[in-house]
Ligand binder design. Structure first.
Ligand code: FAD
Ligand code: SF4
Length: 465
């Protein structure tokens, strides 16, 4: 193949569904590469010697190596290699914010367009699985140890994968009725279809991991019981306390918490309703979403698909400083979401019956950068405006949700409620390890996978196997 493929063949993303169809269905919007286009795109890699993409990827995937295997149509070997560093490659390939991670670090960003690393990572697993390939782990010699993993989200799955490959007997407990944590119940199907996670759960089960779903630790089984029955326990329980804006009117019934809205919608689509989380259909409503992260983007795009009459996302900084993925902001805009940047909500206005009527906002401008280089918004005097709304969704992010039983077992948390660990991901109780969002604060799927995998190494070390 040509040495100048990166110039001759421009970066190409896989095709997306037509925007009209996207606005109506809860289906993934990106189609997959076929073999020829995957080879063409993989061949754009310069093999630049010091692969910045690999360094920037939190799990340090062997990216240039698997790109070369795609070019040579050695897809099963590429899949084997990609599974050496990542438990959920087809999932990270779909939903990592690649523009801030691997692709953001690609040398070809210098005017040529980064290699489409994420979509190629997805392609490898999809193609290999379609060819009948399955992850190779055996023959494993059992190491005689048993570990309980609490939480079947990315952190728990990453941990269980490594422990299982090392011959440990692993049981993953989750309070929800399906595997995946936020992958299943938080992230909507237009970014990640639920069949993809169910297939991964089946693969992990075939590899030997046991799941005990619908089981809440601290309610159905105590942590003390797990500590008696298992040699070690890993906690990967996520962060579930919604941040509030402390706005007057935030308690009105028409004000909705982002994650409750998303979970109820997904459970409705999966026909797994939860009586404690009523499904809300926003068809015909004027919806305003407050916030600018991934959760806000998922809410605006869910409301569009439910047929909301208008959907506005109001964010207090400018577009450049939004924490969400650029790709998802662009997708939301294509689907009809309107953005109001530099707007700080100051009040949610309701009528006498308690229904939401409007949001009062003030314009902001960015102040000087602080010590970390982050520019904080300042209010512009006299810039107040009132925006009509039937429903307001609060998407200000999440704080940790430490369990009340942590103290009984000597598990320490920090001043922000995050679980404290040492460098081996071991908590202040030596038999208990932790990782993912509950340790680092809400972050990403790939960082949770990484922490789960590293914690597994810490557990194996601790158990002396
Ligand atoms: P979780 O995924 O939250 O999993 C924790 C699991 O623990 C849950 O299944 C929970 O039921 C279980 N659990 C908790 N307590 C107990 C208990 N007592 N007993 C039994 N089980 C328990 N990241 C990206 O990289 N890309 C994205 O596009 C993206 N979009 C997002 C969209 C939304 C709406 C949200 C909320 C997050 C998004 N994220 C995204 C972030 C990502 O989902 C999280 O960082 C990641 O899921 C954290 O993994 P985790 O395993 O630490 O926790
Ligand atoms: Fe990029 Fe995420 Fe895949 Fe790493 S895991 S190569 S950051 S898409």
């Amino acid at each position: 193949m040509s040495h100048f493929a990166f110039i001759e063949d421009p970066r190409q993303d896989p095709k997306k569904l037509d925007v009209e169809e996207r606005r109506e269905v809860f289906k993934e919007i990106y189609k997959s590469f076929d073999l020829d286009s995957a080879k063409l795109q993989a061949d754009r890699c310069l093999h630049c010697g010091n692969p910045y993409c690999e360094w920037k990827c939190p799990v340090h995937n062997y990216i240039p190596n698997w790109l070369q295997l795609i070019v040579e149509n050695r897809i099963e070997e590429a899949a084997e290699l990609s599974h050496q560093t990542n438990t959920l490659p087809e999932i990270c390939g779909r939903i990592c914010p690649q523009d801030r991670l691997c692709e953001g670090a690609c040398t070809l960003n210098d005017g040529y367009g980064a290699v489409t690393i994420g979509n190629l990572e997805k392609f490898i697993s999809e193609e290999a699985l379609a060819r009948g390939w399955r992850p190779e782990i055996g023959p494993i010699s059992p190491n005689g140890k048993k570990v309980a993993v609490v939480g079947a989200g990315p952190a728990g799955l990453g941990c269980a994968d490594i422990l299982n490959r090392a011959g440990t007997e692993v049981t993953v407990f989750d309070r929800y009725p399906a595997v995946g944590g936020l992958l299943t119940f938080g992230i909507p199907p237009f970014k990640l279809e639920k069949e993809v996670i169910a297939r991964r759960a089946d693969l992990l089960q075939e590899m030997g991991i046991q799941f005990q779903l619908g089981t809440e630790i601290g309610k159905d089984i105590s942590l003390g019981q797990l500590l008696n029955d298992y040699d070690a326990v890993f906690l990967g329980m996520g962060t579930y306390t919604a941040k509030t804006g402390h706005l007057p009117g935030e308690q009105l019934p028409g004000v909705i918490k982002a994650l409750s809205y998303l979970i109820a919608n997904t459970r409705h689509l999966m026909q797994l309703p939860d009586p404690t989380l009523p499904y809300l259909n926003l068809s015909g409503k004027k919806v305003v979403v407050l916030g600018g992260g991934d959760t806000a983007m998922d809410c605006v795009r869910t409301a569009i698909r439910q047929g909301a009459s208008s959907v506005i996302c109001a964010y207090r900084r400018d577009e450049e400083n939004m924490p969400g993925s650029r790709r998802e902001v662009a997708n939301a805009r294509e689907e009809g979401v309107k953005f109001l940047f530099n707007r700080q909500p100051v009040e949610i206005i309701g009528d006498e019956q308690g229904s939401v009527q409007a949001v009062r906002m003030v314009e902001t401008r960015l102040g000087e950068p602080d010590a970390k280089g982050r520019r904080h918004p300042e209010l512009v005097p006299g810039s107040e405006q009132v925006l009509d709304a039937d429903v307001v969704i609060i998407a200000f992010g999440f704080d940790p949700s430490p369990a009340p039983w942590f103290g009984e077992h000597g598990i320490e948390i920090d001043e922000r409620g995050r679980i404290r660990t040492n460098a081996r991901f071991q908590t202040s109780n030596p038999q208990i390890f932790a990782g993912g969002d509950m340790r680092r604060g809400s972050d990403l799927v790939v960082t949770a996978v990484d922490e789960g995998r590293k914690a597994a190494e810490g557990i194996l070390d601790h158990l002396g196997v």
